[in-house]
Design a protein around this ligand. Structure first.
Ligand code: ATP
Length: 325
């Protein structure tokens, strides 16, 4: 491998820039070239490339988002689209690529690898932490800190007005953000897609909190939660009707969770992942995702990363049950 292409794809996440910096500088360290590919696979199809050097990644380690921009490309899902992308890579002399993204981006990389026998590596970048083969994805730790800070602020207003707040946080399929931020912010209840607590238990728990003298409460709800098939707004209505003593409000945190300066943990993780991804390619290996487990860098075949299911930590669920009493 002499020239590595680098792209960010799918949803952006804090720490992507730190990973870009690490990939570029590892290439420089090993005297190989790095080509930045703008706007994910769409930019690959259009040949939107730029040569990167150690200086082109100055002062980005602390910045959220991605300087390479991200995009979703339906054209890359077609054979013709991927053929165009391959031609551009070939013309530019690129002989491997590293993609920072989620499982959709890894699926695209795998298909590309099979079709053109082209070496690829994946770095997991998504705030949801829903990827198999790594304990932490890039951006997750930062998102947790953002969510905890936001809930702390909501708690101030909740307690001043004796309100019950349903706070919806990101996590379409995974409750990691809700569970961890919920524990970290001292929420009274945490609702996640992996576990349906049931409406009865929710009401009982809120009622018993009130009887024990709690005048305000925070319930953290993951975006993908469907307690009894209800959205967060339907839950609010339900609780309003059944517990009229509560003044119930909903706060949807939304995209602010994806932004902001990455935490130190994400910056260090991104640096480690970037170095590992490039050095794995230089070792002649391909089609792996880099990850972290027990604080060691590990490799998982992209196929397993895509097909495997990242499970919610049962011990954490138990801790949450105990400390939210
Ligand atoms: P996020 O976790 O933010 O959703 P992601 O990487 O899973 O990130 P996707 O939109 O699913 O985001 O995928 C990113 C891009 O990867 C798609 O826009 C598409 O170009 C490519 N891709 C996804 N699935 C496939 C596929 N089956 N074949 C080819 N390309 C794909």
């Amino acid at each position: 491998v002499k020239k590595i292409g680098l792209l960010t794809s799918g949803g952006d996440a804090p720490g992507m820039n730190a990973a870009i910096r690490a990939v570029v500088r590892t290439c420089v360290y090993h005297n190989i070239e790095c080509i930045g590919i703008y706007r994910g696979y769409q930019g690959m199809i259009e040949g939107d490339f730029e040569t990167m050097d150690a200086r082109s990644v100055n002062n980005i380690i602390n910045r959220g988002g991605t300087i390479l921009k991200s995009a979703r490309s339906s054209e890359f899902r077609t054979k013709e689209g991927r053929q165009k992308a391959y031609q551009h890579l070939k013309n530019a002399g690129v002989d491997a690529f590293v993609v920072i993204g989620g499982d959709g981006s890894f699926t695209g990389a795998m298909i590309f690898n099979e079709e053109f026998d082209f070496p690829v590596m994946g770095i997991p970048g998504t705030i949801d932490n829903d990827i198999y083969g790594t304990t932490f994805t890039l951006g997750y730790d930062t998102a947790l800190n953002t969510v905890v800070e936001a809930i702390d602020k909501i708690r101030d207003t909740a307690s001043s007005h004796n309100r019950l707040f349903f706070v919806e946080v990101m996590g379409r399929d995974a409750g990691d953000i809700a569970l961890n931020a919920g524990i970290g912010a001292g929420a009274e209840e945490i609702l996640i897609p992996e576990e349906d607590l049931g409406l009865e238990r929710l009401l009982e728990s809120l009622e018993s909190s009130r009887k024990r003298g709690k005048t305000s409460s925070i319930v953290v709800v993951a975006e993908g939660d469907k307690t009894a098939g209800k959205s967060v707004f339907e839950l609010k209505e339900y609780v309003n009707e059944n517990l009229p003593d509560y003044d119930v409000r909903v706060s949807v945190l939304g995209h602010m969770q994806r932004g902001g300066s990455p935490s130190c943990y994400d910056r260090v993780l991104a640096s480690r992942m970037g170095v590992k991804a490039v050095e794995t390619l230089l070792d002649g290996k391909s089609t792996y995702m880099v990850g972290v487990a027990c604080d060691k860098m590990i490799l998982t075949p992209l196929e397993d990363a895509v097909k495997g299911k990242s499970e919610i930590d049962q011990e954490l669920l138990r801790v949450s049950d105990i400390v939210t009493i």
